[in-house]
Design a protein around this ligand. Structure first.
Ligand code: IDP
Ligand code: MG
Length: 153
């Protein structure tokens, strides 16, 4: 079983798309095990985006991400990191495939609505930045037996 960090970025909340974005992941069968509405501090943004610190878009990215509330979430499922990034679509909204969150709702380079961890190492690092262990609740659900087969374990 794998976990990943989802951020619904400021544009997602400002545009009233948070519910629809979460619904896509829920409908796919990904289990929501943590959820938090918050302002991203410049300090936490710097830690989260440390791998991008040398990129030309970094200052604008931190400004955007700290400009209005975000929703942080942790999702759990087999192969969830890949699944979530597939549902999100390519980085640039104008390039992302229709049917993906970014492809359907973003036409921007930077304002692309969602963040999803891109590897197990980054997922572990990012989840620990945003959530304490006691804020995650991975309870069994009766529906899980219809979402995860023996082949998925
Ligand atoms: P990802 O979100 O698809 O993983 P990353 O390359 O990790 O994409 O970039 C992090 C975020 O930085 C993107 O989601 C986007 O908001 C922003 N970003 C990436 N590349 C550019 C760029 O060339 N110009 C402006 N912003 C960018
Ligand atoms: Mg990334």
């Amino acid at each position: 079983m794998e976990r990943t960090l989802l951020l619904i970025k400021p544009d997602g909340l400002q545009r009233g798309l948070a519910g629809r974005i979460l619904t896509r992941f829920e409908e796919k069968g990904l289990k929501l095990i943590g959820l938090k509405l918050m302002m991203l501090s410049p300090e936490l943004a710097a830690k989260h985006y440390a791998p991008h610190v040398e990129r030309p878009f970094y200052p604008g990215l931190v400004k955007y991400m700290t400009s209005a509330p975000i929703l942080a979430a942790v999702l759990e499922a087999p192969r969830v990191i890949d699944t979530m990034r597939t549902l999100m679509g390519a980085t640039f909204g104008w390039k992302a495939e229709p049917g993906t969150i970014r492809g359907d709702f973003s036409n921007s380079t930077a304002y692309n609505l969602v963040h999803g961890s891109d590897s197990p190492e980054n997922a572990e690092r990012e989840i620990a930045l945003f959530f304490n262990a006691d804020e995650l609740h991975s309870a069994d659900r009766s529906i899980d037996t219809w979402l995860v087969s023996e082949d998925d374990q």
